[in-house]
Design a protein around this ligand. Sequence first.
Ligand code: PHE
Length: 345
Amino acid sequence: MEQLLQQIEAIKKEIAEATATGQAEVEQYRIKYLGTKGLVKQIMGEMKNVPNDQKKEFGQILNAFKLVAEEKLEQLQAALGDSAEVDDSKDYTLPGDTVTVGTRHPLNLVRNQMVSIFKRLGFAVAEGPEVEDDWHNFGAMNLPADHPARDMQDTFYVQEPNEEGAAWLLRTHTSSVQARVMETQKPPIRVICPGRVYRNETISARAHCFFHQVEGLYIDENVSFADLKQTLYFFVQEMFGKDVKVRFRPSYFPFTEPSAEMDISCQICSGKGCNICKHTGWVEILGSGMVHPNVLKNFGIDTEKYTGFAFGMGVERIAQLKYQVNDLRLYSQNDLRFLQQFKSV
Ligand code: PHE
């Protein structure tokens, strides 16, 4: 008797310490303790040797012992969680299906990078509508109804101009967003305006009827052309690396005076001459200038106190130089073979 009780205690201790990391180990446990030839059954078999007057007491001990073993089995099973319900009809060793992860559109990758560079300089992002009125796209930007420079940007009209020149159109540049910012905010103003713009061009490798811009506007006291140059120089160095060269050429925009276009050394051929830079070694990437006083006056900004610079560039052009994409149409054809080459971070 005494010996049997000791044996039971020893097995109980073993049971208490038993662990299982998988279904197979749970099964081993079950066979060892609760199987038809298991330890619980064996001990039960000793019952016949127990003297009659002790049978009742011993029976209770044995039942409690069995219960301990069964409870532990349940615990081990529960600890395995869902994995415990193994479905043998499936082959879990088969390789899984590949999950196709989407990639960001190259224009979004480049736009995001452009935005983050300007954000570091303290520029905030401003957005506005793509269907615009004549005033925000042209009038406020110093392009009155009969201004010849309107022809520079072939406009898609949603509603043709009436006698007063009022019209609805698809914005031809995100300068319209700058107008909306000046309308609602007081200087100092420091914003960039990323967005899609539309121009009535025949679609080809080099032109499309829509493209994307990032325009910028900085108005404060004492803003000078030197600030403009330094800001844009910083931008291209961050975008293309420290070796990039820049040059400014005098230009004309109705909304800036003086105006300049900025070229950078061709990133495709490193200035040696190629198709992209038309063998000049330079590629134009943006238009810029000091905000025309007429524009500031349109928004009641004191031109004695404030000056500002503005710039505008095409995201496609920057992306072309970064990724050597030579056909603008690729950006809007949704060809996965093209899109999947651009891995987002
Ligand atoms: N709005 C001009 C364009 O779309 C770009 C520009 C912006 C030029 C600001 C000068 C200053 O072509």
